[in-house]
Each structure stands twice: as C-alpha cells, then as structure tokens.
Design a binder for this molecule. Structure first.
Ligand code: SF4
Length: 408
C-alpha cells in the first residue's frame, strides 16, 4: 500500500525489461543502479538479501540481475534467510565499499512491479500525477466531466503517454510472437516443455468459437510467460510473473473483433489506472499479498481493458474488474523451486480466460451489484496480510513444499 496522497503515472505499472520477476530482478537491479550512480568510486558492493528475496532469489535470478548491473565491480551477495524482523518481505541492504572502507549502507524495499523504496529517502521514480485514489472518485470525476476512463488517464498523464503505451503494446506483441516460435525445455530443473507453439497450432485448427478462444488465449499467455521465465524482454502488467494475462486478452480480442492499435492503446490506459488503484490501495507484490496481488491484478486489468474495448459503460467496466479480482481472493504464491514456472505460467492462461468471462458476466450482472471494486481491492489487501508468509513468495508452502517432498 502506498503512503502518498495520489497515484503515480501508469508507466510504473508497465515497465519494459527482462524477466522473470519484477520485484526480484528489476527492483534489486534498479536499487543497485541508484547506488552505483551515487558511489561510482566504490570498488565493491556487498548486498544482503532478506525475506522473500533470500528465499526465492536464486530461482528468480536475483543474483544474476544484480551481478549484471554491477558487472564492473566486485559483488558480494549474501542470502540471509534467518532475519525475520523486516518492514517489507522484499528487503535488501546494499553497502558501497572502497579499499575495504565502507562508504555507505542503504536499506531498500522492492515493493512490486519493479518499484523500490529506500529507507528514509524519497527516490523519485515518478511524480504523483493523479489526485484520485479510488475508483469511486475516478468514476465521479469522469461523470462530472462527461469523459471516458481512457480520457481521464490522458488528461492527467504527460503528452508522451500515448507514445509510451504504443511502445508497450509493440513490446507485448513482440514478446508473444517470439514465444510462439520456440520449442524445447525451459531451463531451471523442472523439465517443463514449452507449450505455446503447440497451443497455437491447436487454436489455428479451429474455427472461431469457444474452443478456439481457449487455445489461442492460452497460447498467447503461455508465450509471454515462457519468455518471461527465461529472462527475455517483456512488459510488467503489473509484474513479470503475471505478464502474460493482459497481452493474451488484447491480442486475441484484437484478432477476433478487429480493434485497431489506437483503441488498444486506450484500453491499456484503462487497464493501467486499474492496476494503479490496486498498487496504491493494496499491493501488486506476491511477497506482500500472495498471487492474488499479481495474477489477480493482471486479471482485473485485462477485464477492465476488454470491457472498455467492447464499449461498456464505466459501471460495467468497474463490475468486470471487480469480478475478475474478487474471484482471485486468497490465491497463494507458491512457486516450485522458486522458479517463475509452476504454477505461474499456466496461471496466466487461466486468468486470461477468467478475464474474458468476467466481462461477459459484467455485461449482464452490473445492475444492483453489491460489491464495489474499491471494496474488493481493500479486501485483497487484508486477505494478503493475513496469509501466512509460507504463501507469499517464499516457496515454503503449498505446491512448492509438497512437490519437493514427493519428488525430490
Ligand atoms: S505464483 Fe503468482 S505471485 Fe508467485 S511467482 Fe508465480 S505468478 Fe508471481
């Protein structure tokens, strides 16, 4: 939950970078970049990883991301799994050292989606630009001005936001296209075969209908997630682990219903502000609130984007987003061996299908709806805080612990 009176640019939700984990690779790597800029004279950096960063850092390639960023320096990385008194489950300490003398030590939290916070300082990754922090307020503002949610976003963001979203959309399509071409085993030790290409073939053999939808949505979600799993270029939406849901829905629906790229750019704006609401009022970090915060948020963003593309009203968009998130409540994060593979890849496909279903339900059920999007976001945060740490990206519970017990 962000402790500020307003929301940041949706650029914070859509970061272009390398997988497999925004909080475990992008965040730590950005923190090291900041330290490197501040202490270029340092010859050594000592990095201590705590909490989820320590427990799943190897599977999530945190050490690799850090070494890549600090490649010209000596780099000592310590995985401290014992420390439990942490302000955030993804905490790290970075010490800059020159000729064995400490120059400075900073504590950093990787708060999800690649964003970071330095203890006691404000690192400005972005300015607060949205004065509203609830869907209720955004909807009231849009109604008063007679504008859509996409226009709301464009009225607060800077003049280059559409160009940025075009870049995001191009990257999403490129990631999916490249994932659809590849066969083979995903490295990491789980011996998982890539499935996207096979699902695409199956989908293309069907005429438009429910079966084709299932195969193609899954193919696109698998393609993006399989690319993420091997550390390829992708877009967080809102995180690396959940980066297959939104592109899968948008690519499939563009093919099926013929939306043009500019319409998709507007839909990305709508999805972005929904992701922003979750980030501001709850969390998009699996280490903080479980997978409901990652895949649940991706699903709610995709549902809102599709509802917007289909020309539904603001109330129907809210309803679609609310249904999509409500039925992810309680979803745990339990990646086997700390890899962003099982359950992550398949989960992206399931969430893409769920987003499409949420929009269909919202078209019919939005009247007299009892649960608001704001309420379900708040509930997700409370549920996440109540989840045992074992289910918050530590690989110590759920599938991660049972799979190891049975098979290793
Ligand atoms: S289980 Fe969900 S939250 Fe956890 S690493 Fe996988 S995608 Fe991310």
């Amino acid at each position: 939950m962000e402790n500020v009176n307003g929301m940041y640019s949706i650029r914070e939700i859509y970061r272009i970078g390398r997988g497999p984990s925004s909080s475990h690779t992008m965040g730590p790597s950005y923190a090291c970049e900041v330290m490197l800029k501040e202490y270029p004279q340092a010859d050594t950096f000592r990095i201590v990883l705590y909490g989820s960063l320590a427990k799943t850092g190897i599977g999530h390639r945190t050490d690799y991301a850090i070494r890549e960023t600090l490649k010209d320096k000596v780099c000592e990385i310590v995985f401290d799994e014992e420390e439990t008194e942490l302000l955030h489950p993804n905490t790290m300490k970075i010490t800059a050292i020159k000729e064995n003398k400490e120059l400075c030590t900073k504590t950093v939290r990787s708060i999800g989606g690649g964003a970071i916070e330095f203890d006691g300082e404000e690192i400005k990754q972005s300015e607060i630009i949205y004065p509203h922090t609830s869907f209720f307020d955004i909807e009231s503002y849009c109604e008063e001005k007679g504008i859509s949610i996409a226009d709301y976003v464009f009225s607060f963001e800077d003049a280059h936001i559409k160009d940025y979203l075009r870049l995001v959309w191009d990257r999403m399509k490129a990631t999916v296209s490249s994932g659809l071409l590849k066969d083979g085993i995903i490295p990491g030790g789980l011996n998982i075969k890539r499935r996207a290409k096979m699902l695409l073939k199956k989908g293309n053999s069907k005429s438009f209908g429910h079966e084709k939808e299932i195969y193609l949505l899954s193919a696109y979600a698998y393609a993006a997630s399989e690319e993420n799993a091997i550390g390829e270029q992708m877009v967080t939406a809102p995180t690396c682990g959940a980066s297959g849901v939104l592109p899968a829905v948008l690519i499939f629906k563009q093919q099926e219903l013929g939306f043009d790229d500019e319409e998709v750019v507007s839909a990305l704006a709508v999805a972005g502000v929904i992701g922003n609401l979750v980030k501001h009022n709850a969390s998009i970090s699996g280490a903080e609130c479980g997978c409901q915060a990652e895949i649940g948020t991706a699903c709610t963003m995709a549902a809102a984007a599709l509802a917007y593309l289909k020309g539904l009203s603001i109330k129907q968009i809210e309803c679609a987003a609310e249904i999509a998130l409500e039925h992810h409540l309680g979803l745990t994060c339990d990646p086997i061996k700390g890899l962003v593979q099982i359950p992550c890849i398949e989960r992206n496909a399931v969430a893409a299908m769920r987003a499409v279903d949420a929009v269909s339900l919202a078209e019919m059920l939005y009247e007299n709806r009892k649960i608001s999007l704001d309420l379900v976001i708040k509930t997700m945060y409370e549920t996440g805080r109540d989840l045992s740490f074992r289910y918050r990206e530590t690989s110590e519970g759920g599938l991660a612990s049972l799979y190891v017990a049975e098979c290793d």
